[in-house]
Design a protein around this ligand. Structure first.
Ligand code: FAD
Length: 515
């Protein structure tokens, strides 16, 4: 039997991204296509956070046919070229306070000639890893944008993602999905989810009538109304590996409307977690992500307020409990979970939208044509998404594991071996003796790849010991020439770029060229 209709429940960013991907791929102008309908409550609010992205979002926006100019204008967007990790490596005392490294988005200069071993052997003391293999850390420190007005939409001089206002982004996706992609939009509260005798979802009872479809996509956020509450798919808690389970979030106005906007997320490590600081065009979004087992909520608020200083006087802070982990299955029977209902592991490295966008696209691209194909498609989907989440846990944990901070049990507990996934331990054991290479990243569902690991490992001073095999790296002159080339490239690119806030203002005023 052909699959003719899919209902997405939930209108947060995950719901609308899913609806857009499904409609883009599956709708057609004749009777052959699949109808896509999104039901959302007008009363149950979206989570309202999720302001950092990674470069993959650019490909998706372009693929979905969204204009970058419109996106910048309507979603309070700024560009993001890096995460600047402050005070992650050592205790922030004396000269160590404010110590940082960049995890930038530009691909490092490691092919065809890999500079990494040469940096490890001869340049470690002279320059940060990021500056040896990329110019982007310096562009960030200079406050420059990753592109200028001559770059068409979605192209730039350096790789980039965005900071965005989550609520405005969901509104833009709503307009795009309904006006351009043909998604049917229903405002209704789902009151009951009915199942049939095989355990499939049969229909949704709402305050605006009943709705049914062949496949349902659960985008109801942490509520997980369909896959969790109705179908009973187990939630696999991961707080024994990633301890941060609560966030305090606040929106802070700029004191000076012309203040420079950092072109990166600032992630500052604190006694029981870390603070994100994101500069949007019109305001800052700031929050403290922490482990409630290692500090009290009152103390956490104090830490956040100390960070904010007077800029947050009189502002109220919102506390958000986080479910850390993922479902045992992401596709069960005729229900697929995408978004917070699927899984979530704290916002370090902005993995939320990344995984939801990737899995929504995979669902659309591998959407079964008939009901007979559901079971095997679901099996493959579950294997891949589980692999992706496990790698996300590994990569987020890496930041805590490599820290040498010992000023709080939070940091000490994070280094206990029993809290570290075996897959991560195995990689690190290996990389103590060998420089990471593409051989170590073999799956398309890695989510984080060689470049991400290199920036974090060596930004955090991971000790790969290759002195005993120095003879394998005899091309010292080539390494030195490549470093010279980076300097030349930096001077050229930096001279063509303008300050970040200035670029946003120009895009808002004149718009970028479309491709
Ligand atoms: P929600 O936004 O919660 O939406 C749920 C939807 O379901 C709503 O529309 C609601 O109305 C609807 N709904 C619920 N119940 C019903 C019902 N009975 N009937 C009808 N409709 C219903 N991600 C990133 O990529 N980058 C970040 O920097 C980042 N930071 C984060 C920081 C924090 C503290 C947290 C908690 C998350 C963060 N995330 C981040 C994740 C981000 O919030 C999510 O990626 C994103 O908002 C998707 O949420 P969602 O759409 O799954 O759920």
């Amino acid at each position: 039997m052909q699959i003719r209709k899919v209902i997405v429940v939930g209108g947060g960013t995950a719901g609308w991204l899913s609806a857009c991907h499904l409609a883009k791929k599956l709708q057609s102008h004749d009777a052959q296509g699949v109808e896509v309908c999104l039901i959302e409550s007008a009363e149950i609010p979206t989570i309202g956070v999720g302001e950092g992205t990674v470069p993959a979002i650019r490909r998706s926006l372009e693929y979905l046919g969204i204009s970058e100019t419109e996106f910048v204008r309507e979603c309070d967007v700024t560009f993001k070229q890096s995460i600047k990790f402050v005070d992650w490596v050592k205790n922030p005392v004396g000269a160590n306070a404010g110590d940082y490294y960049h995890h930038v988005f530009d691909y490092p200069a490691i092919t065809p000639f890999n500079l990494t071993p040469y940096w490890l052997l001869d340049y470690q003391e002279k320059m940060p890893f990021v500056d040896a293999v990329s110019i982007q850390g310096k562009l960030c420190d200079l406050g420059l944008a990753p592109k200028n007005m001559t770059h068409p939409e979605y192209q730039g001089a350096a790789n980039y993602a965005y900071h965005l206002d989550a609520a405005k982004f969901a509104q833009l996706l709503t307009r795009h999905a309904t006006a351009k992609l043909g998604v049917k939009h229903v405002l209704a509260n789902v009151l009951e989810v009915k199942t049939d005798e095989q355990g499939n979802i049969a229909s949704l009872v709402t305050d605006q009538g009943n709705y049914s479809a062949d496949i349902y996509v659960d985008c109801t956020g942490f509520t997980s109304l369909l896959i969790g509450q109705t179908l009973g798919v187990t939630f696999m808690d991961k707080t024994h590996q990633l301890f941060a389970d609560t966030a305090l979030a606040v929106q802070v106005p700029y004191e000076n409307a012309e203040a420079p906007i950092p072109c990166y997320t600032v992630a500052t490590a604190k006694e029981a977690g870390w603070i994100w600081d994101i500069g949007l065009f019109a305001r800052r979004g700031i929050g403290y992500v922490y482990s409630s087992a290692h500090t009290s909520h009152d103390r956490a608020e104090q830490v956040l307020r100390d960070y904010l200083g007077h800029s947050a006087d009189g502002l109220s802070v919102r506390r958000i409990p986080m479910q850390v982990g993922y479902r045992e299955k992401f596709w069960h029977k005729n229900c697929v979970a995408i978004g917070l209902s699927q899984g979530f592991v704290e916002p370090l490295e902005a993995t939320g939208l990344l995984v939801y966008d990737a899995t929504a696209r995979m669902l659309a691209e591998q959407f079964p044509a008939t009901k007979d194909a559901i079971e095997i498609t679901a099996k493959k989907f579950n294997q891949r998404v589980q692999y992706a989440w496990d790698r996300v846990v590994d990569f987020v944990k890496l930041h805590y594991l490599l820290s040498r901070r010992d000023d709080n049990d939070f940091w000490l507990d994070n280094r206990k071996r029993e809290s570290v996934p075996d897959s991560l331990l195995e990689r690190l054991d290996f990389w103590q003796h060998a420089v990471p290479t593409d051989y170590d990243f073999s799956s398309r569902m890695e989510i984080f790849n060689l470049e991400n690991y290199l920036y974090v490992l060596y930004g955090m001073q991971f000790p790969t010991e290759i002195e005993s095999v120095r003879y394998r790296y005899p091309d010292l002159q080539e390494a030195s020439q490549l470093l010279d080339l980076q300097r030349v490239k930096f001077a050229r690119v930096a001279s063509e770029l303008i300050p970040h806030r200035e670029l946003i203002k120009r895009i808002q005023r004149y718009g970028l060229q479309t491709i």
